[in-house]
Structure formats: structure tokens, C-alpha cells
Design a protein around this ligand. Structure first.
Ligand SMILES: Cc1cc2nc3c(=O)[nH]c(=O)nc-3n(C[C@H](O)[C@H](O)[C@H](O)COP(=O)(O)OP(=O)(O)OC[C@H]3O[C@@H](n4cnc5c(N)ncnc54)[C@H](O)[C@@H]3O)c2cc1C
Length: 501
């Protein structure tokens, strides 16, 4: 073995990548390298202290991607993507949900053979044995008032169980945190780094710029900021929903017309690479609080609700709201809405948004950010917009309940002058944000699906020795926050590679 040759090269030490590396290295006969663009998170309180997660947004540990101008939404949305070991699990707010059974059934129906309820259950179980979860306690009186107001508005109070069920209700989130320290994939699977087995090399500050294919389209290695590295068995791409398609495109795997336009030699014409980009678009209603926001505070977004608007025939809820112990005015203030010293927010989001976007190359320079166009609120039937309008109405109904009466001075945004559906829609679209859940841009699907990038064993079509395993392979959006499902994809990928699944 030479120093730059491994059995498995894993690109991206993020949520899924760290899980896969740790699991593959359990077999001491395998030589595994995990290549991460960012630094280590170990011992870095900026990353590990969950309470401070919002300070990481736009920081040096964030790729902080801008999006293309949006025809029907806020073009100022910025997509945070962590550039650090643990990836977005080192940066996120650690709200923990698993894909409900209905989502997995839909994945199977969409062509992800073998990703049904029974097949995924053992892999959720494996990660729950590694990743510590806690339900937020009911100690914060403002969180308590919101939950009570939700019940007064007609929703049942729920514990959000991680057993595959999901129904309408309001309650305290589960979070992957322990003693205030986030339980990211790096914390749960890799720390302490000094105790990792010798067959696992974690190469931080290593950016992969291209996947190398031989003349029979077999992935044999990567070019990186550390030079060329070789994989004798497989390359596993885990760079996330923006950077995984970007790396495939830079490597000549993608829609032939786009590759040719960029002057890149076409190795494999794979039309789905970068297509089918999904997200949870988010709106916001903000109130001024009559008094300072009380503690205790774990990560500021600690309770929430699911509801059915009646617009979507799917039995799963189609609307989710997070409740923020802060006036979340990032996009409302620049639009001219007032803010306040003390405030709180409800952020409705569309659980299974139907607008689809696209990731493309901006340049053949690997350091250039990709072109990311979500096309928010462009689904032909206006579904996303209608669910969002109902979400704002639901948020206002909750705020009008007696349990919150003593807390509210006034609605800051959109404010009482915005009432008709058309006015609410225009407000929401102008001030929209993201829940930071991009997915689907290298989707898994059946052979008959022309846009499927990977098969149900996560193998890239038309390329040998190359898999993708991260949020980009989602066949469709999970109704819930996706991180735990991405951990599960990591567990399942490792088992597939080892021939166990
Ligand atoms: C601010 C924020 C808050 C969120 N909150 C929640 C939440 O509370 N609950 C929830 O369920 N979900 C949440 N999410 C979403 C969730 O964290 C992500 O969906 C999930 O972590 C994505 O995992 P991944 O493996 O696909 O990608 P990532 O975890 O992003 O991993 C990709 C890794 O690849 C590395 N990389 C990229 N390009 C290269 C390259 N060329 N060479 C080498 N390495 C590279 C990156 O540095 C990164 O470490 C949040 C996301 C963000 C950004």
C-alpha cells in the first residue's frame, strides 16, 4: 500500500460521511480515508455548544451559499452549509425527527426499492444507539405558553416520538444534545479523534476537486488540495445537496448539454445530476414581547407544531411551524417591517414543497460556488404558496389564544394591515427564508426513472465504484427535519458497502 491509496475514499466528513467512515473502519482490514474540506470540530466550543448555533451562520465555517435571483420568492436567502468535521450536523439546531413511515412508503413507491419501513428500521435503531437524544424540558414559560396556545387553538399536545408515527399536534422537540454539547455525527461517531482505529485516516482541510474515472468509467480516486488519492474499492461521495452534484459535474458526470456548455468532457450523460433540488421553504410571523424572553434556553427553537391544512390529501401533516424565542427579522427588517428588543416568532414551512430547483456549475474552477436556483413557489398549482398562507393564518390563530395574551404587545410582521390571501402570499414570498434542508439533487430511483442518479444501493448510474450517500439522494422531501434520516442513510450505506443490507 502506498501512502495515498486506500480501500475507500469518503468525500465529505459531514453528517453521513462521518457515520460511513466510522462504520467501515470497524473492519480492521479496510483502509478508509475521510476527506473533509473544513477543520476538525474537536475541542471547538463555537461548534460544539449547541446554544450558539446561530453564530455559525455566515461564519468562516460556513460555505454560506447565495442563490440565483428568484422569480417568485426572496432572492436574498442564503444557504448555510457547514465546512467543518460533522458537516451540517456540526452546525444545525439539532431538532431530531426521523422520517415518518409515510415518507418511507412514498420513497419506495417512488422507486427506492428496499428503503421501506421495515428495511430502514434497524438502521434508525443503530444510530439511536450512538446519538444521544433528549426532549426539551418544559422549563421555559414562553415555550409553555406556546404549547398551551396550540392546544387552545385545537391541536393535541404531543411528544414527538421517534417511532415512525407523525400526526397533527404541538409539543417540545427532541434534540441531539447532551449537557449542552451537540451530538453531531463527529461527536457521536468519531470523537475522540486520537482514539480512532489506525485504519481510519481523517484528512481535514482537504478539498476534493474532482473524482477520477478510468477509461471504463470506474472511479479510481480523487484529485484534492492534498494531491491525488486512490481508492482500490470505492469512492463514496457525501458532500451534501449542493457539493455532491457539483463534484459529479466537475468530474464529467451529469447532463451532457450542461457539461458541454461548460467545456467539460462528458464521461457519463446523467440528466438527473443537480435536478430535483428540494427544500422546506419557510415564512415568518413575528411579535413584540411584553417582557424579556425568559430561560432556560437550549437552542432558541424548542417547540413546534404539525398540522393538516386540508390542501394535501396525504394523511401526513403538510404544515410545520417552529417557534423561535427571538424576533426572527432577518428578512422582514430589510423589507421595512419593524423589529423590537424582545420578541418571538412562528415560522410556518411547507412539509412536502412541490417546487423543484436545480444545481449547476458556475465555472469549471472548483473553488467557485455552484449556481443554486431553488425556484421557490413556482410549482404550477401554487401548492407551496397556499400551504404557506394557511401557515400564517394558523400562526395568527395560535397567537390569538388566551395563553399568549399576556406576552404579546403587537404583531411586528407582517402586521395587521396584511389580511387577504394575496397580501399574505406576497408578504411571505418577499420575506421567505429556508429551514436549511436542501435535498434531492442526486436522487435515488428506479432504472426506469430518467432523473434517478443513484440506484437503491446508492451506486451512481453508469459509473463503477462510486456511490452517493447524503441528503442529495432523497427521492422526495421528508415531512420532518431531515438530519436524523441522513444519519440513517450513512448507516445504511455502510451496511450496503459491507454487503450486509
Ligand atoms: C443552519 C442549519 C440548521 C439546521 N437545523 C436542522 C435541525 O435542527 N434538524 C434537522 O433535522 N436538520 C437540520 N438542518 C439540516 C441538516 O443538518 C442537513 O440536512 C444534514 O446535516 C445534511 O447532511 P449531509 O450529509 O447531506 O451534508 P453535510 O452534513 O453538509 O456534509 C457535507 C460535508 O462535505 C464537506 N464538503 C463539501 N464539499 C467538499 C469537497 N469538495 N471536498 C471535501 N469535503 C467537502 C462539507 O464541509 C461537509 O462537512 C439544518 C441545516 C443547517 C445548515
Amino acid at each position: 500500500m502506498t501512502a495515498n491509496t486506500y480501500d475507500y475514499l469518503i468525500i465529505g466528513g459531514g453528517t453521513a460521511g462521518a457515520v460511513i467512515a466510522a462504520r467501515l473502519a470497524e473492519d480492521p482490514s479496510l483502509r478508509v480515508a475521510l476527506l473533509e474540506a473544513g477543520p476538525s470540530d474537536e475541542g471547538d466550543p463555537r461548534v460544539l455548544r449547541l446554544r450558539d448555533w446561530m453564530a455559525l451562520l455566515g461564519s468562516e465555517l460556513d460555505f454560506d451559499y447565495h442563490i440565483e435571483p428568484q422569480a417568485r420568492s426572496n432572492s436574498a436567502i442564503r444557504h448555510s452549509r457547514a465546512r467543518v468535521l460533522g458537516g451540517c450536523s456540526s452546525h444545525n439546531s439539532c431538532i431530531a425527527f426521523r422520517a415518518p413511515d409515510g415518507d418511507l412508503q412514498r420513497w419506495q413507491a417512488e422507486g427506492a426499492a428496499g428503503w421501506g419501513i421495515a428495511e430502514c428500521a434497524p438502521f434508525f435503531q443503530r444510530l439511536f444507539e450512538k446519538v444521544h437524544l433528549e426532549e426539551i424540558s418544559d422549563g421555559n414559560p414562553l415555550n409553555g405558553a406556546l404549547v398551551k396556545a396550540g392546544v387552545q387553538a385545537g391541536l393535541p399536545q404531543r411528544s414527538f416520538a421517534l417511532d415512525g408515527s407523525l400526526d397533527e399536534g404541538v409539543g417540545y422537540f427532541q434534540v441531539n444534545v447532551k449537557d449542552g454539547i451537540r451530538q453531531s455525527s463527529s461527536v457521536a461517531y468519531l470523537h475522540p479523534l486520537a482514539a480512532l482505529p489506525p485504519n481510519l485516516h481523517i484528512l481535514t482541510d482537504t478539498t476534493v476537486t474532482r473524482i477520477l474515472l478510468d477509461d471504463r468509467n470506474r472511479a479510481i480516486g480523487v484529485e484534492s488540495s492534498r494531491g491525488t488519492l486512490y481508492a482500490e474499492r470505492e469512492v463514496i461521495l457525501c458532500a451534501g445537496a449542493f457539493d455532491s452534484p457539483k463534484l459529479l459535474l466537475l468530474s464529467g458526470i451529469g447532463p451532457a448539454a450542461h457539461l458541454s456548455e461548460m467545456g467539460i468532457r462528458v464521461h457519463v450523460d446523467l440528466p438527473g445530476v443537480g435536478e430535483h433540488l428540494l427544500d422546506h421553504p419557510e415564512g415568518v410571523v413575528v411579535w413584540e414581547s411584553a417582557r424579556p424572553i425568559p430561560g432556560p434556553i437550549v437552542q432558541l427553537w424548542e417547540v413546534g407544531l404539525f398540522a393538516r391544512t386540508g390542501i394535501d390529501p396525504d394523511p401526513l401533516p403538510d404544515l410545520m411551524c417552529h417557534f423561535g424565542l427571538m424576533p426572527f427579522t432577518w428578512h422582514t427588517e430589510p423589507a421595512g417591517y419593524p423589529t423590537a428588543q424582545w420578541g418571538f416568532s412562528l415560522t410556518p414551512n411547507v412539509c412536502r414543497a412541490r417546487s423543484e430547483g436545480r444545481v449547476r456549475l458556475r465555472s469549471t474552477d472548483p473553488s467557485a460556488p455552484p449556481r443554486i436556483d431553488f425556484r421557490y413557489f413556482t410549482d404550477p398549482e401554487g401548492y407551496d404558496e397556499r400551504v404557506m398562507v394557511e401557515g400564517v393564518k394558523m400562526a395568527r390563530r395560535i397567537a390569538a389564544q388566551p395563553a399568549l395574551a399576556g406576552w404579546i404587545v403587537r404583531e411586528l410582521a407582517p402586521g395587521p394591515s396584511v389580511q387577504s390571501d394575496a397580501e399574505i402570499s406576497a408578504y411571505v414570498r418577499a420575506t421567505a427564508n429556508t429551514v436549511y434542508h436542501p435535498a434531492g439533487s442526486c436522487k435515488m430511483g428506479a432504472d426506469s426513472d430518467p432523473l434517478a442518479v443513484v440506484d437503491s444501493a446508492l451506486r451512481v448510474r453508469g459509473v463503477a465504484g462510486l456511490r452517493v450517500a447524503d441528503a442529495s439522494i432523497f427521492p422526495s422531501m421528508t415531512t420532518v427535519n431531515p438530519a436524523i434520516t441522513v444519519f440513517m442513510i450513512g448507516e445504511r450505506c455502510a451496511a450496503l458497502v459491507r454487503g450486509e443490507a
